[in-house]
Design a binder for this molecule. Structure first.
Ligand code: HEM
Length: 154
């Protein structure tokens, strides 16, 4: 079963929001850095992506923005994250890929956040990422039943 949504302390929420603000000041560059970090560590992953990477980067940042805006209500995102996870199975994404993306995401955040970055910020982001990844992977594995009610797209 997937883990339940982490309950973040006010300090963790603050750390995530302030570090992500820095990404939102230069989203195009931040997204490009994320994919550079990912593809330099795992060149084989590049072949999974078929669309325009700038557009892909915009979608990634938009999803992270939604996540950061809902830190106080993460369970409301579960249906949309489950759908996202099921789509990722179709993109041929497997469990090992999620660890690679975790590292690339934390690296991109650390580079962009400057003085806002700290071990505590890294830990808070890690908790959120692990929850999102667990929800997506569980859905991809068929452990989460598709919702019949409408849910906000992620
Ligand atoms: C927190 C985890 C992740 C988030 C939030 C995320 C977000 C997204 C979003 C928003 C899209 C746009 C398409 C859609 O909505 O279905 C997408 C597509 C995609 N993602 Fe992810 N993703 C995550 C993890 C991963 C991982 C681990 C991989 C593996 C390398 C990956 C590879 C891809 C690929 C290959 C596409 C399709 C690109 C194309 O159209 O060519 N993603 N992702």
């Amino acid at each position: 079963m997937p883990d339940s949504a982490p309950s973040l302390t006010p300090e963790e929420t603050h750390l995530i929001r302030t570090s992500f603000d820095a990404v939102l000041r230069r989203p195009v560059e931040a997204a490009a850095q994320f994919y550079e970090a990912l593809f330099s560590e795992a060149p084989g992953v590049r072949g999974l992506f078929h669309g325009d990477m700038r557009t892909q980067g915009q979608k990634l940042i938009a999803t992270l923005s939604l996540l950061v805006s809902r830190l106080d209500d993460l369970p409301s995102l579960e249906p949309a994250l489950a759908e996202l996870g099921r789509r990722h199975r179709n993109y041929r994404v497997d469990r090992d890929h999620y660890s690679l993306v975790r590292r690339a995401l934390l690296r991109m955040l650390s580079v962009n956040s400057g003085p806002e970055w700290s071990p505590a910020a890294e830990c808070a982001w890690g908790r959120i990422y692990d929850h999102v990844a667990a929800t997506m992977m569980a859905a991809a594995d068929g452990q989460l039943v598709p919702s019949t009610s409408a849910s906000a797209p992620v």
